[in-house]
Design a protein around this ligand. Structure first.
Ligand SMILES: [Zn+2]
Length: 319
């Protein structure tokens, strides 16, 4: 027998389908700006940089939720049904949205993870076994995805692949705005070049570059800036790690002289706190998602600056 939310979701999908079948008008900004829906805040933030004044932008993932543990709700399905463009990561991260996106038949769907994979710039999971420290089969990102889906956390990938792909799709739903979107893209790309240079400078000091993240979200960032993610607190985001996993992370932290363990606002900090206590270190926050109204974590480049600052603090503490 299906779990209650499964039944609920099926029922709501039916409602969406029936709404189309009965010719009900599209909800939310039927007149005016096209509705652009992204699964996670950073993708909405990038779309706003490129066409902020001309779109009705929405994020499916509510503030404080993790894309790894999220289950969609009725209001979000209504938003999707009115969308002209849906922007998702793909690669197994936000399958919950892709199932729903199929009901929004009028929408163009862009998967930025697929764009990165097609450009040959994805990080392959299979070549990365040693970073998992055991229990690799537990990695939820492996379900369906061929590359690590956390592609938005490398500003150079955003500059060179993700932002241009979003700009092309926005231009398609905003006829007559092509030149303006192109100009916004150029300005945003210049900002990202400055951001990249600033982060590289911030993190370019001698000494250990080993860090322990909460979950394996930072491999693209680490590859870009020469850092080494030596362990993750949660092998499976949303599930408390086993005692054996925790002991393994504690040993790795001691081996590498790591004194800061990262937590994330979207997931429980309990295991990070346990490990930090064991090694006599402390917990700092990294945030792969950010959100509206979060000071310093709303705009894309601010979010990346925030995280680079946290990593710099963690690495400085280990010296
Ligand atoms: Zn993740």
């Amino acid at each position: 027998m299906a779990r209650p939310w499964e039944r609920l979701r099926r029922g709501l999908l039916l409602v969406v389908v029936l709404a189309f079948a009965c010719g009900v008008t599209r909800p939310a900004a039927a007149a005016g700006e096209p509705v652009v829906v992204a699964t996670i805040h950073p993708l909405t933030a990038i779309a706003r940089e490129l066409a902020g004044n001309w779109i009705d932008g929405h994020t499916l993932l509510p503030p404080g939720a993790s894309p790894h543990t999220f289950e969609p709700r009725p209001g979000q399905m209504r938003t999707l049904a009115g969308a002209s463009l849906i922007i998702a990561v793909g690669q197994g991260l936000d399958d919950w949205a892709l199932q729903l996106a199929r009901s929004a038949q009028r929408a163009d769907v862009l998967l930025v993870g697929d764009e990165v994979a097609a450009a040959g710039l994805g990080i392959d999971f299979s070549g990365d076994e040693e970073h998992h420290h055991g229990e690799p089969a537990e990695d939820p990102h492996r379900h369906g995805g061929a590359i690590d889906p956390h592609v938005w956390l490398d500003p150079v990938l955003v500059r060179d692949v993700i932002a241009p792909a979003i700009a092309r799709r926005l231009a398609a739903v905003l006829p007559g705005r092509e030149a303006e979107i192109e100009a916004n893209l150029r300005a945003f790309q210049e900002e990202l070049s400055r951001l990249d240079a600033d982060i590289a400078r911030l993190l370019s000091f001698p000494g250990s570059k080993a860090f322990i993240s909460y979950h394996s979200a930072w491999r693209y960032f680490a590859r870009r800036y020469g850092l080494e993610e030596v362990a993750t607190v949660a092998g499976f985001p949303g599930r408390e790690p086993s005692a054996r996993w925790v002991a393994d992370v504690v040993r790795t932290a001691r081996e590498h002289g790591v004194t800061v363990i990262f937590a994330e606002p979207q997931l429980s900090p309990k295991a990070a706190e346990t490990i930090a206590r064991e090694i006599g270190g402390r917990v700092l926050m990294m945030d792969p998602i950010g959100g509206p109204g979060l000071a310093g974590r709303e705009r894309y480049s601010d979010l990346l600056r925030y995280n680079a600052g946290m990593l710099a603090d963690a690495l400085a503490a280990a010296r």
